[in-house]
Write a protein that binds this ligand. Structure first.
Ligand code: NAD
Length: 350
């Protein structure tokens, strides 16, 4: 096999980003698209010439499809992924992988049993700034980690929540500002800082009405490494600000906004640090969803991740973000919701 042949399931807002990213990846090819709303699949097919299905089960019955991009609403993915795994298709699912860890575990079991790969789109990990931070952590440049924080002060209008019946529902969105929008930065924070030991949190619905989920969340964390940190997330902070992740240690600090470095300083400087700092004020390469879910969303992050996923399929290795890896963010968000509901400090399982 030289190319991984993809079918897309769910042709809404995010699907064109997948289509374009697949088409720009030499190791991948887009073959088909399916949506229960035929018009949505046909709209995609107008731009990328693909076969159209209204029942994904007909699409995954084809032998010439190797993998699916799973772009349906978050809480619909487990059952569809199980079908895809049984059909022998590799699965690249949008974030959050599913809306509970129990459902994610089902997906992981199904993929393992079928011997297919399960990946989750966390494109922020593929941004240049994120990669610099991860490498500096691997090289021990931060010293002892002291603080790790994520701030997602975004804005989504009431109309945004009303634009799809699933948005803002507990069952299909799984949560609000944290589970849908903030999950990227929660994932980055855990990727950088490692597992969380304890969580104290509050959540609320402050700036919208009629949602079953939070539009504000604040959490106080202690990490297993001994560092502390906070998460602040909202979808009611007009006009929306760049999403920020901060890592501070005894020997260095880095701050990322929308995947791009905004601060980079270490006690022991390396020759490449000046070049890295010279790029600090560049516009965000992967776009920002701060005020609008689509306005600045580019496909570059997805392209990098789809390239990794296609290579993983062709080389028979794990993708950079597999199901077990993607589960960590959802486990932490579940702990935030549990702490907010009970008022108790939640101890996370190791
Ligand atoms: N990675 C990112 O930055 C990013 C950005 C936006 C959305 N997302 C994620 O992508 C997912 C979809 O979000 P969206 O904004 O595109 O939603 P959307 O409502 O615009 O699109 C979902 C599509 O799925 C279709 N669908 C529903 N059930 C189906 C089924 N059983 N079979 C086939 N199609 C079905 C709907 O008809 C709709 O066209 C969400 O989980 C969201 O969290 C990720």
């Amino acid at each position: 096999m030289e190319q991984v042949r993809f079918g897309i399931i769910g042709c809404g807002v995010i699907a064109p980003i997948h289509a374009q990213a697949i088409q720009e990846t030499p190791q991948a090819k887009l073959v088909a698209a399916s949506d229960v709303v035929e018009r949505n699949a046909r709209l995609l097919a107008e731009r990328w010439p693909v076969d159209v299905y209204t029942d994904y089960r007909d699409m995954i019955a084809r032998d010439d499809i190797d993998a699916v991009s799973l772009c349906v609403p978050s809480g619909l993915r487990a059952a569809i992924a199980e079908d895809c795994a049984r059909a022998g298709k590799h699965i690249l699912a949008e974030k959050p992988l599913e809306v509970t860890t129990e459902r994610i575990d089902r997906m992981v079991r199904a993929a393992d049993a079928a011997g297919v790969l399960l990946g989750c789109v966390f494109q922020s990990r593929f941004a240049d700034g994120s990669r610099h931070v991860r490498k500096a952590l691997d090289d021990g440049r931060f010293g002892t980690l002291v603080l790790g924080d994520a701030y997602i002060k975004w804005y989504r209008s009431q109309e945004y929540y009303e634009s799809g019946a699933w948005r803002g529902t507990r069952k299909l969105d799984g949560g609000g500002a944290l589970m849908n929008q903030g999950v990227h930065q929660v994932d980055l924070l855990l990727w950088f800082m490692g597992p969380v030991r304890t969580v104290q949190a509050r959540t609320g619905l402050v700036g919208h009405h009629g949602l079953e989920v939070e539009d504000v969340a604040c959490a106080l964390l202690t990490f297993e490494c001994g560092a502390m940190g906070v998460i602040e997330a909202s979808t009611a902070a007009y006009p929306g600000h760049a999403a920020r992740v901060e890592v501070h240690g005894s020997a260095g600090s880095a701050i990322i906004e929308d995947g791009e470095l905004r601060f980079w300083k270490f006690r022991a400087e390396e020759p490449e640090d000046d070049a890295i700092r010279a790029g600090l004020n560049r516009a965000a390469a992967l776009g920002s969803g701060a005020g609008d879910p689509t306005a600045a969303l580019t496909h570059e992050g997805h392209r990098r991740q789809i390239e990794d996923f296609a290579h993983a399929v062709l080389e028979g290795r794990k993708p950079a973000v597999d199901g077990r890896e993607a589960r960590h963010a959802i486990a932490l968000i579940e702990a935030v919701y549990q702490s907010a509901a009970t008022g108790e400090t939640v101890q996370m399982q190791g």
